[in-house]
Write a protein that binds this ligand. Structure first.
Ligand code: UD1
Ligand code: CA
Length: 456
């Protein structure tokens, strides 16, 4: 059967004590809801319907790139009311899968199994066993172990309160049946809310099969209500990503101190030191070594690269056997060809650095094409910006630039040119010659330094 996913995301999340709607709170650098959308996309659903409310258009705006049917629930009258808002857009012969926007780590395997149960004609619930079930809806079974109903914490009697099997809120059900039951739903309970969970007793009354899948672990069904739970999921997610990396053969000096906030793919014999952060899509080739406190975002590093401590790399492509840092900053649009080297306090932006070229100390290189085997001396700066426009610098193969040079773009340093230290170069320099631009050194003979007058 085709599947329609309904994600409940209208709640405020009072306990977050934040202006940001709960489902936009970040986990691994991305909104909670985005994690659920990503999971939904993996399931190949017909459509994904997100019921939003608190925070108004902030939620759809923040996730505008996702193909979602956004449904505004103006008043949060309960989970049953929320699902009802999405039903008009769902065909009778579809399966409805209800997810929560604040349960971000639900696994694809669990959802596939749950959908399988619903597909064979049942109302399929996902439950979990909790040592402390306080606050959750309890799964009430008869003596034969068949589910009879779900009772919310506030409605439960003493015996029901001792039940440790709780409702995760996630369920799957043929749309036709769900629609029938939801139409009959009332709000005559202690909270005056339309409880989605009341459909279970209705299904039982109709002799419609109710099937329960008990989740293997707590983490994947854990919802986020406050910052403590958010941090708990953050570290669970971190541990899971670290375990994936180690299973793929990556050496992590401390698996508790590596953050993968996106997709990281690694070749063989990759070593990652502590406090490394990977964001977006990052690829590390064979034998890459990442030092401590390194941040890499949307970049590719080819085999054999070494990244030393405290280096930041963003939207860049790094060729084989390059060496970066410590304290290098590689900004978007940078390409380093094989065996290039960026040393400490070197910033490179939107530039190409050719094979074997070196920029070893304290430099800013922007909008520049650097050829092969170039040596850029300490403190070299490309003056690429006049306050309004950006200009290009071209440095051809085998150029040698002395220390403390300013290159005022646009200009070209032709093949094999040497630039004397301390020069401010404003015009192109010819091939294979020494060019310098600095004032001559003079010494004033017999000069006396001023002295303070003695006080009277
Ligand atoms: C719900 C379940 C409970 C389950 C628990 C698991 C009901 C009646 N109870 O309780 O059995 O153990 O989740 O966490 O379903 N939401 C809306 N619109 C609304 C109300 C809620 O979008 O009108 C969203 C919330 O943003 C949240 C989710 O639905 O993501 C659950 O709502 P919440 O109020 O937290 O339900 P609980 O009382 O915790
Ligand atoms: Ca909740």
């Amino acid at each position: 059967m085709p599947v329609d996913i309904v994600i409940l995301a209208a709640g405020q999340g009072t306990r977050m004590k934040s202006e940001l709607p709960k489902v936009l709170q970040p986990l691994a650098g991305r909104p909670l809801l985005e994690h659920v959308l990503e999971r939904s996309a993996d399931l190949g659903a017909e459509a994904v319907h997100v019921v939003y409310g608190y925070g108004g258009h902030q939620v759809p705006q923040a996730l505008a790139d996702w193909p979602v049917n956004w449904i505004l629930q103006e008043q949060q009258l309960g989970t049953g009311h929320a699902v009802t808002q999405a039903l008009p857009g769902i065909a009778d012969d579809s399966l409805v899968l209800v997810l929560y926007g604040d349960v971000p780590l639900i696994s694809e395997a669990t959802l596939t199994e749950l959908l399988g149960k619903a597909d064979s004609g049942s109302l399929a619930l996902l439950s979990v066993m909790l040592a402390d079930p306080t606050g959750y809806g309890r799964i009430i079974r008869n003596d034969q172990g068949q589910v009879r109903k779900i009772v919310e914490q506030k409605e439960a009697n003493e015996t029901e309160l001792t039940v440790c099997e709780v409702n995760t809120g996630i369920l799957a059900c043929p749309a036709r049946h769900l629609r029938n039951w939801l139409e009959k739903l009332g709000n005559d309970n202690s909270q005056g809310e339309y409880y989605l969970t009341d459909v279970i007793a209705m299904a039982v009354a109709d002799r419609f099969p109710v099937d329960v899948l008990i989740a293997a672990g707590e983490i994947e069904v854990m919802g986020v209500n406050d910052k403590r739970q958010l941090a708990e999921l953050e570290s669970a997610n971190r541990a899971e990503k670290a375990a994936d990396l180690m299973r793929d053969g990556v050496t992590l000096l401390d698996p508790a101190r590596v953050d993968v906030r996106g997709k990281l793919s690694c070749g063989r014999d990759v070593v990652i030191d502590i406090n490394a952060i990977f964001e977006g899509d990052v690829e590390l080739g064979d034998g890459v070594s990442i030092g401590p406190n390194v941040v890499i975002r949307n970049s590719k590093l080819a085999a054999g690269c070494t990244v030393h401590a405290n280096t930041v790399i963003e939207d860049a492509e790094i060729g084989e056997s390059c060496e970066l840092g410590p304290f290098a900053r590689v900004r978007p649009g940078t390409v380093l060809e094989a065996s290039a080297k960026l040393g400490n306090f070197v910033e490179v932006k939107k530039s190409r650095v050719g094979k074997g070229s070196k920029i070893n100390h304290f430099s800013y290189i922007g909008d520049t094409e650097i050829g092969e085997r170039v040596n850029v001396g300490a403190g070299t700066i490309t003056c690429n910006y006049d306050g309004a426009n950006k200009f290009k610098t071209v440095i051809e193969d085998d150029v040698f630039i002395g220390s403390g040079v300013e290159l005022v773009a646009p200009l070209t340093l032709e093949k094999g040119a040497t630039i004397g230290a301390g020069s401010t170069i404003c015009k192109s320099a010819p091939a294979n010659e020494l060019t310098l631009a600095r004032s001559r050194q003079t010494t004033v003979k017999g000069w006396k330094s001023p002295r303070k007058k003695a006080r009277e």
